[in-house]
Design a protein around this ligand. Structure first.
Ligand SMILES: C[S@@+](CC[C@H](N)C(=O)[O-])C[C@H]1O[C@@H](n2cnc3c(N)ncnc32)[C@H](O)[C@@H]1O
Length: 263
């Protein structure tokens, strides 16, 4: 048999074993995942045994493939960063469409860097800073930064601990799941520090609302992603902290998902 047909026979066998293990694991309940995985592996070199083990452990396909798409970009990912979510694209889109005048922008809890980098690409005149408390996450963000011709300034910081300037716009998708919530199986491979916050998921959001005010320029904007049903306490927190106008924004399912406070 010729070398090329031996190679394609081997690939076919590998794909068959991936399908078999996938269907044993997910019992035909997640066929679209299999489709994405096979499509993503098509042009990649991969170690079959490692892929099969990860499928058996229900590792998300984004971590198996080590990349995923977000807004207008493609992001390298590993288990040190949250997998970027489609609803967060609404957050980016809202900023790009409505706040393009912002010249200095801060992304708090940047993870893979997806929010900061997409903004830096679209608002190419703006200076964007992205912070995270996790050095491992920042390594991922810096790798992804190569796709922007207006690179983000990434640095380590515990929220505002390493920030000494003011911004026109501060954005964050912080941890907002309650520690009392039973985590969905699909979330258990993602970093807990990216997901869970004290006080029923509100602790980090409230801390950011209080502290951000002092890091916003006059007429500056704070825009946050939050969990389902968290908007009322967050609105109250903004009112108590002198934000003069507050807006709620819905996600694609019509659920309040983002809050904007104007200084
Ligand atoms: C929900 S993830 C968001 C990641 C990314 N921005 C996105 O939207 O996909 C929250 C991020 O906040 C970071 N984080 C959690 N607590 C923090 C803190 N006190 N200071 C800075 N970053 C923090 C986590 O490491 C994680 O990367």
């Amino acid at each position: 048999m010729q070398r090329s047909s031996l190679k394609s026979k081997k690939i076919k066998e590998e794909l068959q074993s991936i399908k078999k293990v996938w269907r044993n694991t997910y019992k035909n309940s997640y066929e679209e995942g299999l489709h994405f995985l096979l499509d993503g592996l098509k042009d990649k070199k991969f170690l079959l045994e490692s892929v099969l083990t990860q499928i058996k452990n229900k590792v998300p396909i984004q971590y198996i493939l080590k990349n995923w798409f977000f807004y207008d970009g493609e992001y390298f990912l590993n288990p040190h960063v949250l997998i970027p979510r489609p609803e967060t694209e609404i957050l980016v889109d809202h900023i790009v469409s409505n706040f393009s005048h912002a010249k200095k922008i801060l992304d708090l809890g940047t993870g893979s860097g997806c929010i900061a980098i997409e903004i830096s690409k679209k608002l190419s005149e703006s200076k964007v800073v992205g912070i995270d408390q996790s050095e491992d996450a920042l390594k991922v963000a810096r790798k992804n930064n190569k796709q922007s011709s207006n690179p983000v300034n990434f640095r380590v910081s515990n929220w505002f601990s390493n920030i000494d300037e003011t911004f026109d716009l501060i954005v964050s998708n912080p941890p907002y799941i309650s520690e009392n919530d039973k985590l969905d199986e699909s979330l258990k491979h993602e970093p807990r520090s990216a997901l869970i916050s004290k006080e029923n998921g509100l602790s980090d959001l409230k801390e950011i609302i209080t502290d951000a005010y002092g890091y916003l320029q006059d007429n500056g904007i704070l825009i946050l992603e939050h969990g389902i049903g968290q908007e009322e306490p967050l609105k109250q927190k903004m009112l108590n902290n002198s934000y003069k106008k507050i807006e709620l924004i819905k996600d694609l399912n019509g659920i309040n998902r983002f809050i904007v406070g104007f200084k």
